[in-house]
Design a protein around this ligand. Structure first.
Ligand SMILES: Cc1ncc(COP(=O)(O)O)c(C=O)c1O
Length: 370
């Protein structure tokens, strides 16, 4: 089976550890165990026997996830190796070659790549900048046919940081119902809203809705590699069976730490800490962009550690990003990775001083070109 290169992940994998300033991350500066847990909890971790654990996720972790989704029981939940595995097993389980998948773009391009490799017919619907990164609902409606097997969204969205309006959300649910299609929502950025108001989940909006979440972004714990799927019992069981072929289980230590991180008090502390980082850093980014009159245009994100900017310079985005990486040892993502040239995705979740220094270097190259 042929699969196209996952440009976004591949370029990050190649360069993120070789530069001085990596501003490609869309999560928030990761926590350490010491910042997360107290001495008693740390000691209890030392005593965990490092076996396989439960392959669909520990009971304690699945119960903690259930608490985030009212009306859910443990069999509605599958713990996965990051949200990327949740995306992968869902597409693999629910869709067949030649099925139609109506997919939100721009997007983290994993579902796009996997679905194309599985010979699923991908029909994109676009978030429009002129609509403040909302979809054109007439365009979306026109794409739905009796052959539509799934509508897949990323909400809050990567790379735009947009959250679907209530009108768009209702229309997407209505269209999925009308077509009898699966409604799949990658909700990994839920909890990382600048306003502190959590984006409503698509879970339980319709009997064929399935959602993915995880700890990599809003919770600042990407190294745990913990994601999850929440869906109907039968489909969750099917996805679990597929996982026997992929990674078998998630790490037992990660299950333990994740279950602690999702306890209400600690969870609230993590989300508060991360929101503060985002609010401080978006101000840094705005001041930097405002200081370069006429160079950028962007719609401020509503969630996630990233800003998606349009620049007014006569240079291709991959070329520009490569130049900045080579000359300034600073790394950001080219709009080309999302099929949208003349744009840059800049991660704003890092420590303020680090972000400020990275932006300064990017600014130097931009001014030289201007
Ligand atoms: C929308 C989206 N989904 C899934 C992932 C993968 O997340 P994880 O690290 O939890 O596998 C990412 C990573 O950037 C993402 O942006």
């Amino acid at each position: 089976m042929k699969i196209e290169t996952f440009e976004l992940e591949r370029t990050q994998s190649l360069w993120e550890n070789t530069v001085e300033y990596n501003l490609t991350e869309t999560g928030i500066h990761p926590l350490t165990l010491e910042e997360l847990l107290d001495d008693r909890e740390l000691r209890r971790l030392h005593a965990v026997r490092i076996g396989y654990g439960q392959t669909n996720g520990s009971i304690e972790l699945r119960e903690a996830i259930c608490a985030l989704y009212p009306g859910t029981d443990r069999e509605n939940v599958l713990v996965t190796s990051g949200s990327c595995e949740a995306n992968f097993v869902t597409i693999w389980s629910l869709l067949e070659p030649r099925d139609e998948l109506v997919l939100m773009l721009p997007n983290y391009m994993q579902i796009w790549g996997v679905a194309n490799a599985f010979q699923i017919k991908v029909k994109p619907f676009y978030l429009k900048e002129e609509l403040r990164w909302q979809p054109d609902l007439d365009e979306l409606t026109a794409l739905i046919t009796p052959k539509t097997k799934m509508i897949a969204v990323c909400n809050p969205n990567n790379p735009t940081g947009a959250v679907l309006s209530e009108e768009a959300r209702r229309e997407i649910i209505r269209l999925a119902k009308q077509a009898g299609a699966w409604l799949y929502a990658d909700e990994i950025y839920r909890g990382a809203e600048f306003s502190g108001q959590e984006t409503p989940s698509f879970w339980k909006t319709y009997e064929k809705a399935i959602v993915a979440g995880g700890l990599s972004k809003a919770y600042a714990l990407p190294g745990l590699r913990i994601g999850w799927l929440v869906g109907p019992h039968r489909e969750i069981a099917d996805c679990w069976a597929r996982r026997d072929y992929t990674t078998i289980a998630t790490a037992i230590l990660s299950n333990r730490i994740a279950a602690l991180a999702l306890q209400p008090e600690l969870r609230a502390r993590i989300l508060r800490r991360n929101r503060n980082v985002l609010q401080e850093n978006i101000a840094v980014l705005k001041a930097w962009a405002d200081g370069r009159k006429g160079l950028f245009r962007f719609i401020p994100p509503m969630a996630g550690g990233m800003v998606f900017l349009k620049y007014d310079l006569d240079i291709n985005s991959t070329e520009l990003v490569t130049k900045i990486r080579r000359e300034k040892r600073t790394f950001i993502v080219a709009g080309d990775c999302f099929g949208m040239d003349r744009r840059l995705r800049i991660g704003i979740g890092s420590e303020k001083e680090y972000l400020t220094a990275g932006l300064r270097r990017i600014g130097e190259t931009l001014e030289e070109i201007r």
